[in-house]
Design a protein around this ligand. Structure first.
Ligand SMILES: Cc1cc2nc3c(=O)[nH]c(=O)nc-3n(C[C@H](O)[C@H](O)[C@H](O)COP(=O)(O)O)c2cc1C
Length: 213
């Protein structure tokens, strides 16, 4: 094994994480940790890695941006014809991993995903920059394209069509919400004896258990 990879290991400060400081609701706890990450200036603290499973039972992962966090779950936006969206259409169960390396924390979220409403999509689409709107219209996400030049050409054509016009949210673009039934909070400690707490949903209530690192 190459030594420079083997030696990449950081020792963490030994700040304990105890059950009594955790919120009873995991989404509230996630909000606390996200706010901590933002306060500690973690770069793009809302990057999440989303895992889906295909019709053929094959998992795949990719990064997306968490755009909302509410009392029901985590919301991200994407192309409804993308590979991930096709997976979700067939199998709505998915998982999210978040690593805030700078503060030694990880969150793993599992649950069921559904589309958010068209009204919510339109509300969010309005907030995107002009270029992000044109890109959403231009890119047939996850499809094979002929060349970069062709993509740039379509972008320029759309730019001419939509300049100074109101751009409506495309029907194939919008949000998904992952509503969790399991969320794990992992907190780095010294000697690799990290703290792990898992919230498990039992009907409407959440049970919290501690796992060995
Ligand atoms: C930091 C980062 C943030 C990203 N955010 C998004 C996002 O919010 N929505 C999205 O559809 N793709 C986003 N992407 C691109 C995805 O990782 C992915 O390439 C794309 O969604 C197509 O994935 P799929 O073919 O598996 O569906 C992001 C990529 C990176 C590296």
């Amino acid at each position: 094994m190459e030594k420079y990879i083997l030696n990449l290991r950081k020792e963490y400060a030994d700040i304990p994480l105890s059950l009594k400081e955790l919120s009873k609701n995991p989404l509230k706890q996630l909000k606390h940790w996200l706010n901590d990450a933002i306060k500690e200036k973690v770069v793009e603290a809302n990057i999440i890695t989303l895992a889906t499973v295909s019709r053929n039972n094959r998992p795949s992962i990719r990064a997306v941006l968490m755009k909302q966090l509410n009392s029901k779950g985590v919301i991200f936006f994407t192309n409804y014809n993308s590979r991930k969206a096709k997976d979700l259409e067939f199998n709505p169960y998915a998982a999210i991993n978040i690593v805030w390396r700078e503060i030694g924390r990880q969150v793993n979220i599992e649950g069921k995903i559904k589309k958010i409403s068209q009204k919510e999509n339109e509300r969010y689409f309005k907030l995107r920059t002009y270029e992000a709107k044109i890109a959403a219209i231009t890119s047939p996400q996850s499809s094979v394209i002929k060349s970069r030049e062709q993509l740039d050409k379509i972008f320029l054509t759309n730019d001419k069509i939509y300049k100074n016009k109101k751009i409506k949210c495309p029907a194939n673009w919008g949000g998904f919400i992952l509503e969790p039934n399991r969320i794990e909070f992992w907190h780095a400690r010294e000697k690799r004896l990290h703290d792990r707490f898992v919230y498990l949903k039992d009907k409407k209530n959440w049970k919290i258990i501690r796992l060995a690192p």
